[in-house]
Design a protein around this ligand. Structure first.
Ligand code: MIC
Ligand code: SF4
Length: 754
């Protein structure tokens, strides 16, 4: 039986009524996205046809998922909300804190010791609040959710940006910060700006070397890292139906890389087959009864231009395999053009390591296709030129691929199997020699390739590709290798070609697992106590942020003007810093250390206006805090792109920064700032960014009349030259202004619970 089948049946039972109400109000056929959103309204019945990209709407998601690196902060906040149990089915997954160094068993042993305190904390908090716990080694959050919890037509939120992966099973699954998870677990509605809709029509069928990954790599090239902001992407068409459910998952997973709120696919045969293969006949049977409500209306797919804000068509018959990178996931190059492109740009052609797996690409299909390439290396006597690693997404996948002989094949070509965890994808890769900072190339089947992300080396050029392509490039050891055309020289001096990959959508002998690694919560939690030692360096009880003092911000100093790309990895780096994710003061020592200072183009060196000296960002901010001087952060486009980690918002708040002023925000980060009581504002005229100077003192006025839709004013007092004044925008609605006034959304919840 599937987890929470009762809840799933309830969702399906109310669909007909809710959708007929929605149809009446919207007055036209509905996309799948609208069906899911309108059937999860907090108000039950829609008050009106919501305006896409404008109206804030309250929803009631069906479930919550959290991973260990964000769950610590989410649960530390939940503990303050004064609730006895999580209001909806929720789970925590221990996946981000396991370092990849030697191989799975050794690394797991080390992780259990080093993270003991955090695992104990998560194990007992989940137990106390009725939350399921997937122990270290069970797998990566999104893969485990896909295998166990995701269901067509459902709505979930998760404290990780790749929660969107569950769209592959026809959900609306959205990545959020921990404070949003607290709302839902505390039985409060969850608010989202009603998204715009992008329709992607897939025609034709994948063939040869192309994989589902190539669809999203191409889409990333079209939409860029911010093209999906504020939108939900809905895939449809014969090409969509021809994809496996896990292939759909890969595509939805990387929707995060174009900034989309989420992506989804209509319920079809491949989704049904996957549900049945993963032991969920009950969900498939229930879905079959309401299948018309679990996909878009036929009129929508017949004339998509009428119903979506933007429509993109991708022809799978003509699609080529892609390699995206370096340093950004939207720089898309077809494999056939890579050799020239790399030479032109000076990207190192020699591939040092190929890494497959992760939450994005570790399905049975992915692994079996990659193994079919690896096997040829052995059969054709090809020496493997690069290192090769595999990080399985879950214990169920790992167990099954081991049983079916794929792990053995990878080992025969020198492959190393890491633990079922994030590992190299999130900088938890103790890569030998990385500290030498040598310029080098790696290829991986993960989703993100921001600078320093995998191994901490800023000179590692990382390219994203499908697992089968990564395997081929690792064998060739050459970024310019095009397996569709190029030959390789084998150890006998003969020229050979790699044949196209072959695999199975689902395991012919079924999935199998010995111990999936799940801990169900206690029925009676009354005796469970949570102890956090005041001396702990990894966990810290939170103290509430100060409420707003009712005044405009006067005399603030500029902490940093960030130049160019400033992702959450730049604001609050992962890798070695993951160990402090439960300790706000300690993790604040990484605040903005990766951001480039616009004035000297260096990282982690900003001017302290009090002493006139240059120092590290966190230390400089602590000095301002100590002196009681407010500060502001200035940034560029799509500020806070990437992760859902709310540490990127809590750290500046904790250290006394008053406002973040940027050209534009990534969605999750903007919400995180608002939830933590920070002022998040944008330049009305992006070119005003150029007016900010290093020695500026800054006022923000209009806060005393803070209202939705009303601009605020910035006054820059330059040390040399007259003052300059300009307008800035904000997107706070009334409720969010209350968070700001209370000092944080949590302060408001707590006051309402008193
Ligand atoms: C990521 O892929 O960047 C992460 C690590 O999974 C993050 C979450 C985190 O920072 O803990 C995400 O994508 O939200
Ligand atoms: Fe983990 Fe990487 Fe997936 Fe994030 S993207 S959940 S770090 S495997």
């Amino acid at each position: 039986m599937a987890f929470d089948i009762k809840m799933i049946r309830e969702v399906y039972a109310r669909l007909d009524n809710r959708l007929s109400d929605a149809r009446k109000i919207v007055g036209k056929p509905l996309t799948l996205t609208e069906k899911i959103l309108y059937s999860h309204l907090d108000s039950g019945i829609p008050e009106k046809a919501y305006s896409r990209g404008a109206d804030y709407v309250d929803f009631r998601p069906d479930r919550v998922a959290m991973q260990d690196a964000t769950a610590q902060m989410a649960l530390l906040q939940f503990m303050q909300a004064g609730k006895k149990k999580a209001a909806v089915p929720s789970t925590v997954h221990a996946d981000h804190l396991i370092q990849a160094k030697v191989q799975a068993e050794t690394d797991m042993g080390v992780a259990k010791t080093t993270n003991h305190e955090v695992y104990e904390f998560l194990g007992s908090v989940t137990n106390k609040y009725g939350i399921g716990f997937w122990k270290p080694g069970a797998g990566i959050i999104h893969q485990v959710v896909f295998e166990n919890y995701a269901f067509p037509g459902g709505m979930m939120i998760g404290t990780d940006s790749h929660t969107v992966n569950a769209g592959g099973l026809g959900m609306v699954a959205i990545g959020v910060g921990g404070a949003d998870a607290v709302d839902v677990m505390a039985d409060m509605p969850w608010e989202l700006k009603f998204p715009k809709l992008i329709g992607i029509k897939l025609i034709g069928k994948l063939n040869g070397w192309t994989a589902p990954k190539d669809i999203i790599l191409k889409v990333a090239g079209i939409l860029t890292v911010k093209g999906g902001t504020g939108a939900i992407i809905e895939y449809f068409g014969e090409g969509a139906e021809s994809l496996s459910a896990t292939g759909k998952g890969t595509i939805c997973n990387m929707g995060a890389e174009v900034g989309a709120t989420t992506s989804t696919f209509g319920y079809d045969k491949s989704i049904e087959n996957y549900l049945r293969a993963t032991g969920r006949d009950d969900v498939a049977d229930a879905a079959n009864e309401v299948s018309g409500n679990l996909t878009g209306d036929p009129e929508v797919y017949a004339e998509p231009e009428k119903y979506f804000d933007q429509v993109i068509e991708v022809n799978l018959d003509e699609l080529e395999p892609y390699l995206n990178g370096p340093f950004t996931p939207d720089r898309a190059t077809p494999v056939s053009k890579m050799k020239d492109e790399a030479k032109k740009n000076g990207w190192p052609l020699k591939v040092e390591v190929g890494l497959i797996g992760s939450c994005t690409n570790s399905s049975y299909e992915d692994i079996s296709r990659a193994a079919s390439i690896a096997k040829q290396a052995k059969d054709k006597n090809l020496g493997v030129k690069a290192g090769f690693t595999i990080t399985p997404g879950s214990e169920q996948v790992r167990y099954t691929i081991e049983r079916d002989g794929f792990i053995e094949i990878f080992k025969q070509i020198g492959g190393k199997v890491f633990a079922n965890a994030c590992g190299p994808c999130i900088g938890m890769w103790d890569r030998e020699g990385a500290e030498k900072k040598e310029k080098n190339t790696i290829v991986h089947s993960f989703n993100r390739n921001f600078a320093k992300r995998a191994d901490g080396n800023p000179n590692t050029y990382a390219f994203v590709a499908s697992p089968e392509m990564v395997t081929a490039l690792a064998i060739a050891g050459d970024l310019g290798f095009n397996p569709l055309k190029d030959k390789l020289l084998n150890e006998n001096g003969e020229e050979v070609m790699l044949e196209e990959p072959k695999g199975w959508e689902l395991p012919p002998n079924g999935f199998e697992v010995d111990d999936p690694g799940y801990q169900a919560p206690a029925d009676d939690a009354s005796g469970i106590e949570i102890n956090i030692s005041p001396d702990s360096e990894r966990l810290q009880v939170l103290s509430p942020f100060e409420p707003w003092d009712g005044k405009n911000i006067k005399g603030a100093k500029l902490l940093i003007k960030a130049f160019g790309k400033c992702t959450t990895d730049h604001i609050s780096m992962a890798g070695p810093w993951l160990r402090y994710r439960g300790h706000l003061d300690n993790i604040s020592n990484n605040m903005l250390i990766g951001a480039v200072n616009a004035f000297n183009k260096e990282t982690n060196t900003v001017k302290n206006q009090l002493s006139g000296e240059y120092g590290e960002v966190p230390a400089t901010q602590r000095a301002y805090k100590e002196a009681g001087i407010p500060t502001i952060i200035v940034g560029d486009q799509n500020y806070g792109e990437g992760s859902s980690r709310e540490h990127a918002a809590m750290e500046p708040r904790h250290l006394g920064v008053k406002a973040v002023l940027v050209k534009s925000f990534a969605r999750i980060h903007e919400t995180n700032l608002k939830k933590q009581g920070m002022l998040a504002i944008t330049f009305d005229k992006p070119e005003d960014y150029n007016k900010i100077q290093e020695n500026d003192t800054i006022d923000i006025t209009g806060l005393d009349k803070f209202e939705p839709g009303k601009q605020l004013t910035i006054v820059l007092h330059h040390v040399d030259g007259p003052d300059e004044t300009f307008k800035v925008n904000h997107t706070y609605n009334e409720n969010q202004i209350e968070w700001f006034k209370a000092g944080s959304a949590l302060n408001l919840i707590r006051s309402q619970n008193k």
